[in-house]
Write a protein that binds this ligand. Sequence first.
Ligand code: G3H
Ligand code: ZN
Length: 288
Amino acid sequence: MKTLRERLTEARAKKVAVGHFNISNLETLWGIFHAAQNIATPVIIGLSDGERDFVGVRQAVALVKSLREQFAYPIFINADHVSSFERYKEVIDAGFDAAMFDGSELPLAENIKITKQCVEYARQKNSEIITEGEIGFIGKSSKIHDVLPVGAALTEEMLTKPIDAKKFVAETGVDLLAPAIGNIHGMLRNAKNPALHIGRIKEISEVVNIPLVLHGGSGSAPEEFQAAIAAGVTIVHINTELRVAYRQALQKSLQENPEEIAPYKYLKEPLKAVQKVVEEKLRVFNKL
Ligand code: G3H
Ligand code: ZN
């Protein structure tokens, strides 16, 4: 079966993106998997520190790899926003296909130093592991915000600069780069999310010449995704929209079935709600 690296190379050549969707439970994983099967595209499952703490590091790997093996399907697992070198080692040792060290709140030199350590650790373990680094702070939480995340890099001056991106990639050796280009984690309750800076994505892509990762995908319009992908984005992360769909469907399911106590019955609708969102996104990311 083709590796994640090969799948990313193919996506980049075709100017499409691989969808990355976060999970913190089994029914969300099934929703994403069914969606990917229906659209017939590769997919990446992500778990941040908090999500891994809840699901279990080795358990998450076992779940995703069991789907890959049983269905001979290109489904991969990424440790998302890993916050320390110790945690990075843990996920690499547990068998994640990809991992991202998030040093976006650190000074650039410190971010480079720890990201490089992470890359070296992953490489000596298995050269097929995909490593990702991030520069530029885009907020921390996949949730509904009343105001923009404090400190998010949204002004022209604060967006990731091509010169920093180039230095970061050259000095760390990462396979993928997540820049701050107007994106934020989460969605605004009463307004549209800020617009993506497509021109900056292009400038960064040209100088780093590795695939870019668009974090904070929830709340962006289909045309924005397509422009971002054409400019150099090869992976798009979605979390908040899945959480919202799951939660709303769960509330409705419980309201409509107040006496139901079998989780496999009242969780069917949340699973389907997640599947619907993922199918819509995968169509956009793959120009279908
Ligand atoms: O790493 C996770 C993503 O960047 C999700 O962002 O919650 O805004 O979709 P989002
Ligand atoms: Zn993210």
